[in-house]
Design a protein around this ligand. Sequence first.
Ligand code: PLP
Length: 371
Amino acid sequence: MEKWQREMQKSIRKPDELIKKFHQIDLSSINNVISIFPMRITPYYFSLIQDFNDPIFKQAVPDEKELQDIVGIPDPLSEEEQSPVPCLVHRYPDRALLMVTNICAVFCRFCTRKRLIGRRAVRREDVKRAIKYVSENQQIREIIISGGDPLTLSDEILEEILLELKKINHLEVIRIGTRMPCTLPSRITLNLCKILKKYHPLYINTHFNHPNELTEEAKKALEMLADSGIPLGNQSVLLKGVNDDVKVLQELFKKLLKFRVKPYYLYQADLVEGTHHFRTPLGKGIEIMQRIQGNLSGMCIPKFVLDSPGGGGKIPLFPRYLQKVLPDGILLKNYQGKNVFYPEINEKGKMASENVQLAFDFEEIRGDKKN
Ligand SMILES: *Cc1c(COP(=O)(O)O)cnc(C)c1O
């Protein structure tokens, strides 16, 4: 057994281990929560907690509010409906999401797949069948290996899956979604890197939500992956009380870039059952993005997106830059809040009325016509 596997085995799964460090925790309420939404925290991630209820604590330690959520639903993105075979979600024409395990090193309390993680097991034969589906659907050009966390699988099983995928000619890109660099950085071993390297073009999107997670250990893990030629992206979730703050997110995004990771998405928290206490109003994320744009290198600014309820896909949300459509151009607001006029001119040096018409329709859709 490898070192990281021993660490995973030592994960905290019972409340008495939490109480040793945090006496204020209520044993019976934690027990109630974990009988429905199980707990799992690696000793490493637990060691990052500095205080009761700090941003790491909130992400990992169960809260009785999880059982008081009356708004959330188990599968808000309709993944089950868009699953032609078990373990695979085929929402977009050219890419599909393959769930290879239901286990993660840490069970994040805000997880989008709370209905599955640590609850419904993934069967090896289902993964095989899902890969067969990919091989039979020519339009799939990219596979996103997800879960659970794919890097909780052993090197051998992971490589078996990668090998099978590599055989599919129409598959051009492999993407892995993993939180291991954040929750169990020792998982990123030389041998793992040696395997991953063989399957380029291979991308990894990891998941950091708070600058306290960007430790020396995480840095080393990310460096090893980047040195293996793997482009790294990051998907964060906007979480109330964890990172819904301009300063915190600025620090997170800047530090990620320094650690060779490009911030990719910032998610509005999904309408998942048991996560209501993490959800911010939509305006919060937009306001944060407005304050970050222009003040931070474009290299470290992610897209703020919401994943449509019902499975309509991800939709980017932007601050309101377009102010007004005038007969000869468009009035915008820049990052400092100053007005900017951009003239619309066609090839003949005249106003391109078609473009302006398009913009007018856009305004109408937004219900801003009255201006
Ligand atoms: C997020 C997601 C993808 C990938 O979307 P990108 O915008 O390409 O990152 C693909 N399939 C499903 C089901 C997803 O949820």
